[in-house]
Design a protein. Structure first.
Length: 146
């Protein structure tokens, strides 16, 4: 995990891309405890926001999405993604909307709502799904394991 985290800052974009994928594999499984998952997701969020290479950004966002399979992560951890969302390509934006919805945090709704009327119908659909994910979540019974 530490080597992959370090590789996220490598000068070579292909190495950053591979590192993001490796971290996604770790997040997809049950190898990481919640604190480690939060550390990894925080670094991947930073990469997704600051990265210039689209394929690396997509790998980072995909890996962040994987974390929600086994961990309930707070909105404030992924909220920095919203800074980059207005300039994201459609595929990246769909990942980011999914991630916001996966937090199940009602405070994510205002971050999703502007995309309900996006010119791209696929983005609108993903925004609707993300908003529905928040609405469907019951505060007393989390759907993801801690």
């Amino acid at each position: 995990m530490l080597a992959a985290l370090e590789a996220l800052t490598d000068r070579d974009p292909s190495r950053r891309d591979v590192a993001a994928d490796i971290l996604g594999d770790l997040l997809r499984g049950t190898a990481l405890d919640t604190d480690s998952a939060r550390l990894v997701v925080g670094r991947l969020v930073s990469l997704a926001v600051n990265e210039r290479v689209t394929t690396v950004r997509e790998s980072a966002l995909n890996s962040i999405s994987e974390a929600f399979n086994h961990h309930r992560l707070p909105l404030d951890l992924v909220e920095p993604l919203t800074v980059a969302m207005p300039t994201m390509e459609r595929e990246l934006l769909e990942h980011a909307l999914y991630i916001l919805g996966a937090t199940h945090d009602p405070q994510a709704r205002p971050l999703i709502e502007p995309f309900l009327h996006h010119p791209d119908p696929q983005v609108c659909e993903e925004a609707q799904l993300a908003a529905a994910e928040i609405t469907a979540a019951e505060p007393e019974s989390p759907t993801h394991n801690s």
